[in-house]
Design a protein around this ligand. Sequence first.
Ligand SMILES: Nc1ncnc2c1ncn2[C@@H]1O[C@H](COP(=O)(O)OP(=O)(O)OP(=O)(O)O)[C@@H](O)[C@H]1O
Length: 362
Amino acid sequence: MFFKKESEKKENKEKVTRKKVSNVKSLGIDLGTLNTVVAVPAGDKFEIYEIPSVVAVKKEDPSHVLAVGEEAKLMLGRTPEDIIAVRPLRRGVIESISQAKALLIHAVKKGSKNDVSSVERIVVGVPGDVSEVERKAVEEISKEIGIKNVITISEALAAAIGEGLPIADASGTMIIDLGAGSSDVAVISLGGITDIETFRYGGDNIDENLVRLVKEKYDVEIGLHEAEKCKIKVGMVKCNKELENKKIKIIGKCSKTNKPKEITVDSKMVAEAAEPLMKKLINALSDILERLSPELISGVYKRSVVVGGVSQIRGLKERIYEEVGIPVKISNDPLKVVAKGAAIVAAEPRALEPEIRLKAMK
Ligand SMILES: Nc1ncnc2c1ncn2[C@@H]1O[C@H](COP(=O)(O)OP(=O)(O)OP(=O)(O)O)[C@@H](O)[C@H]1O
């Protein structure tokens, strides 16, 4: 067997609607570096399942998957020597087909309440610069588990649909998606992406940079989990607006003594760690704006939305406005909007067809 049965209680399941969904036919999936989100259309709402993108595998044979999702996450750092917990995706790209397959099976099982044969169509969000090989890999995996109708959609387009932006409009909108391992800036008009910049850099890199900065400043080693906690609790990015410099105490390992040592991380340190991501984002935005046709500038000015987990960091909206003059909105639902958009397309794939888009313009 590929994986063990997981406890229903452990997985973070959000019930957006009370309506019971039976005979599920279509699912939207955001196969993420850190989190995989499954959205199931239920009337005009969704049932949402969030699964950590982690699998536990045998060290000797990493294609041998022992546990998936929350169960595998609990094993991180606590596994016996012959078992390791790994992420099937790195920087938004599938690293191991067998591990990604186990994760996708798990996601489809969750979304269909263990009735995989009832699923007729899945739509999977992929990063904007995904290669044909990677796209095919997702399709092949889906077909292997018995789902014939698989559509891959750019995460940015799915996010725009999930946000309810008027994608068919000719005047343009913009999505900025800041994920764990990859980020996109995309301009959308007439139902399709007219320009996109993708960079394989995201929230994970802030964590890595913070680990390095803490080591340099205190000679103390902290884990990536601790770094992520600091980013989420006290994080901010540099901007002209005066933001509170919050502080958090964490325990690390002193490099000299090997003893535990308590240190303080503040918002300014996180801002320093986030600066390379900010530079990449501002470069991407500047390049997009340089190429943007004047017909689309007013739509982009009025309707630019930031999605993805990192969108929640303080000061982001202010910094983007200072640098490129676009007053962005931060999504109210940044972690689930790609899966929701994918689910909308899964329920009505014709929404992406050109003639429907043209009709929507009339
Ligand atoms: N409040 C917060 N402030 C800053 N960063 C956050 C916050 N909450 C979550 N994050 C970060 O957002 C990232 C996860 O975002 P998301 O779930 O959109 O990524 P993903 O879909 O797994 O990755 P990718 O799209 O790159 O494959 C992580 O780096 C996480 O630490």
